[in-house]
Every structure is written in structure tokens, then in C-alpha cells.
Design a binder for this molecule. Sequence first.
Ligand SMILES: [Zn+2]
Length: 210
Amino acid sequence: MTTSSDRKAADAIFRHTIPAGEPCLFDLAAGQTLRLTDVEGNQAIDTLFYNADDPRERYDPQRTLRRQNNLYLTSGSVLYSNLGRPMLTLVADTCGRHDTLGGACAQESNTVRYGQDKRYMHSCRDNFLRAALHDGRLDKRDIGANINFFMNVPVTPTGGLTFEDGISAPGKYVELRAEMEVIVLISNCPQLNNPCNGWNPTPAEVRVWA
Ligand SMILES: [Zn+2]
């Protein structure tokens, strides 16, 4: 379900443009609202969330999907942690569907899916690791199953997954209210071998309201 927000861009207390293909890590205080904008359209924004006080507590896709009885995220979805606590709530969404199953692109999957010569292409998993290790609170073992905001990964009638052309468009956004203090870890997906970024990775914008 799509719902828009009346938050004014000028009132945001933090604004950052993530360049195409790059990672980003920042904290949100409880009660703050985060807006992720697909600036130019058809851009997958791979995202993970951790409890800032104890990063061993993190976004749990299985629990989140089971509790909402739906595979996709949109307005009203609550993201639960592996300890069963609400971490964030989607309070606005002008795209209408976000993937929870496709995971992050990696050196391994690029090699298996697209060929040995793709081994050294830039990937989301490398982005996650680079930002996590630079921050110092997260490690390799902390990189789990992520959300792909703005990515279209429909489940086929036979239970398979397909990477489809996006349903997002320029300026579409999703807003999340933090229910606890969280670390936000983003890879603005650099993938060039499938249509998840429309074959052309583009910038993403982050805004935070108090
Ligand atoms: Zn990716």
C-alpha cells in the first residue's frame, strides 16, 4: 500500500547523498524518522539494521515476515529483531513494495550467475563489509539477510525468485521510524549484471527528521 509523507525536506536534521554503488553507515535515535529516496528510479538500496546498544540484536527477516504474514514490505510493516522486538516501522512508502528475499549481491553470486570474469566487480557484500569494518562495531559475521528497498523480486507460481525490472521511479521514497536506537548499514547496490538497478546504478538520498 502506498502512502505519502508530509514531512518537509527543509526540516530534516541530516541529509546525505549516497553516490551510485557506494556504502553508508549512520545511527538513528529512537523516535527519529529516516527517509530513503530512489533519486533517479530503479535503484536497489540494500539495507541492514542493528541495535546500536548491542549490535548482536539485528533485523530478523523470518520473524518480520511471519508476523505480518506477507513477503514484501510496505507502509505499516514493522521490522522485528532476532529478539522479537520492534526495531523500525514503515510509516510512509510511495513505491509500494520492497524485497525481503533476494539478499545482497556478492563476489560469489556474481561469479556463479554471470561468469568467472565478473569475480572482481563491485558488490553489496563488499560494500557492507567495508563500511562495517571502518565503523568498528560490526564484523563479517554480522552481515546477514538484508532488505532491498525499491527492488522487485517477485516469487513465481512454482516458488522460484526472479529479478525483474523495477517498479520504482524517480523520487519514490520510503520512511521508517526508529523504535530503538539503530545502526543503519546501506549498500547503494552497484550491480551491473541484472536489471535490479536498471543496468545503471544511480545515487540514493538519506534524510533524517528528529
Ligand atoms: Zn547489490
